[in-house]
Design a protein around this ligand. Structure first.
Ligand SMILES: [Zn+2]
Length: 455
């Protein structure tokens, strides 16, 4: 598939440059834990230096978990744009893969390996975009910042979170483009790219269900913590949670659901749940995308009893529950719904949060950045449309929006050839790979956006 308006020789050159760089990055194992991302930071510093682009800095702590930040400053007033991606990857079990996960193998038009779509592809694509911009004299006005950061996949203590707190001089910009969005869906003859302007937060919790100890040969009439925990699980998952319909789902419904009647029902909180079930019967993928944007859900994932033997009643059963809140909502609402769900349930329980509670957040939409993204997309993929949505997971964009209220952070790195259903199952999965044409497109796209925004 050609890229409209770009000389095929340029595309070929960028394919070569980005795939070589991505392959090299995949070969640097930054599985998190432990991360060891400083190896990537040092590699990128050397990569830019070889191209005559100096002035980048390796920053952060601890020493083996550092980030790399480079600024191309025009010296003239104007907007500032940060191209962001993280250096770490999730671990890979080589035995399950077709190719060694840290080989960076180039085969069948793909670069293979852990990080190929999450998200060393963007570390490479953004770097090549910044290097080409630098080679042609840098941004016309304002400044471009390139950053690849540590510690995204597990907790984010260093990396982006550290940078926004400790080095605003380096990373505080008007605009941020980060991983997450950019996948496209095709419905009823239109191609729609998902732009994520916000993301859900997390309020994961543990319910401690208490019981009476005793010998299990004597049935307890009440007080068995396992039985009580079962009631708690059943009550949590059958509880009807409040339905929220906001702009995180509005454009997905408007642009991707073809039936006008179904669209109306999906927008009405009184009918949305039933309409969603109807949508799932005809388009399960789209329904799966919309459902988490209707509010929070309780998803029990781990059950633990403190009994060490099958013939002993436990005094304590722990239920871990995943829960993600939409931007603008908080953990108090979660607590209220847990209480409502468990009201009248025969169980003695306490709640504790698992890890830090992180509230979701969002940037305004549309903005000048959204306009440039839309216009650039229209230029390269004629007829394609943007749909504003929110991520149901977590990305580093959250730290930027929380620390710098005026910064607009969007998750957007578009693919050209492979769509949402082909690319997203490869995240955190075996045989992770990216089509080289898509990798080059991400780079050319980022370059064009930077040139336009900083012109
Ligand atoms: Zn990622």
């Amino acid at each position: 598939m050609d890229i409209a308006g770009i000389d095929p020789a340029v595309v070929a050159e960028v394919e070569c440059e980005t795939s070589e760089l991505l392959s090299a990055l995949i070969q640097i194992d930054t599985s998190n834990p432990p991360g060891d991302e400083t190896k990537v930071a040092e590699f990128m510093a050397a990569w830019f230096a070889q191209r005559g682009v100096t002035g980048g800095q390796i920053v952060g702590e601890p020493e083996h978990r550092r980030s790399f930040v480079l600024t191309l400053d025009s010296g003239l007033p104007g907007p500032s744009l940060l191209l962001l991606a993280h250096e770490d990857v999730v671990p890979a079990n080589a035995a399950d893969w077709q190719v060694p996960p840290f080989s960076g193998l180039i085969r069948d038009g793909y670069v293979w390996g852990r990080g190929a779509v999450d998200i060393k592809n963007l570390v490479a694509a953004h770097a090549c975009a910044a290097a080409r911009l630098a080679a042609s004299g840098g941004p016309a006005r304002g400044k471009l910042v390139y950053a690849c950061t540590a510690d995204e996949e597990e907790g984010s203590v260093g990396g982006a979170r550290w940078l926004v707190r400790n080095r605003p001089d380096l990373v505080r910009t008007d605009y941020v483009i980060n991983e997450g969005g950019g996948h496209f869906l095709e419905r009823a003859g239109r191609r729609v790219y998902i732009l994520e302007s916000g993301e859900k937060g997390t309020a994961q919790f543990r319910l401690i269900v208490k019981g009476e100890a005793g010998h299990a040969s004597v049935p307890l009439r009440s007080g068995n913590a396992v039985v009580a925990a079962a009631r708690v699980v059943e009550a949590l998952v059958s509880h009807e949670l409040p339905l929220v319909i906001d702009d995180s789902s509005e454009e997905l419904v408007r642009l991707l659901v073809d039936s006008p009647a179904l669209r109306e029902r999906l927008r009405d909180p009184r009918t949305a749940r039933e309409a969603l079930a109807q949508l799932a019967r005809r388009d399960v993928q789209l329904a799966d995308m919309i459902e988490p944007l209707y509010g929070f859900a309780f998803s029990p994932t781990i059950v633990h009893s403190n009994s060490a033997a099958v013939n002993v009643y436990p005094t304590r059963v722990e239920l871990s529950v995943d829960c993600r809140m939409l931007a603008g909502h908080d953990e108090q609402e979660v607590l209220t719904e847990v209480r409502t769900a468990l009201d009248g349930v025969e169980a003695d329980w306490d709640l504790e949060w698992v890890g830090p509670v992180v509230r979701g957040n969002s940037s305004p939409y549309p903005t000048p950045l959204a306009e440039v993204l839309g216009a650039t997309l229209e230029r390269y993929v004629p007829g394609a449309e943007l749909a504003n949505s929110h991520s149901v997971g977590f990305t580093d964009s959250n730290w930027f929006r929380a620390a710098y209220p005026d910064t607009v952070a969007y998750n957007f790195a578009p693919h050209l050839v492979e769509g949402y259903d082909e690319v997203t199952p490869r995240y955190h999965n075996v045989d992770e790979r990216i089509l080289i044409r898509d990798l080059a497109f991400q780079s050319l796209f980022a370059e064009a956006v930077a040139r336009e925004l900083l012109s």
